[in-house]
Design a protein. Structure first.
Length: 80
C-alpha cells in the first residue's frame, strides 16, 4: 500500500512502527516539496498523512484509517 507523507517526513517513523506491528505492507515515500506531496496524493490512489483543517484533499473525500488507542502499559511490553 503506497503511503505518501510530506514536509520532512511527517510521522514516517510512526507509520513504520504501525506497519511493522500491524503487519501492514506499506511502501512509504515523502514528497520533496509540499506541492509534490499534494500533487502525488491527488493524482494517485494512495494513502496520505493529512490533518484537518488543511483542505488540499477535501475533494477526494479521504477515508480515515483508525488504529487502536495508544496504551502506555501495553506498548512498554511490546504490544502495539
Amino acid at each position: 500500500v503506497p503511503l505518501i507523507s510530506g514536509g520532512d517526513g511527517w510521522a514516517v517513523d510512526y507509520f513504520m512502527q504501525l506497519a511493522f506491528h500491524h503487519k501492514l505492507p506499506l511502501a512509504i515515500a515523502v514528497g520533496k516539496t509540499s506541492a509534490d506531496w499534494t500533487g502525488l496524493c491527488l493524482e494517485n490512489n494512495v494513502a496520505q498523512y493529512w490533518w484537518q483543517p488543511e483542505i488540499s484533499f477535501i475533494q477526494v473525500d479521504p477515508a480515515k484509517v483508525v488504529f487502536p488507542t495508544y496504551n502506555d502499559k501495553e506498548q512498554s511490553i511490546g504490544i502495539y
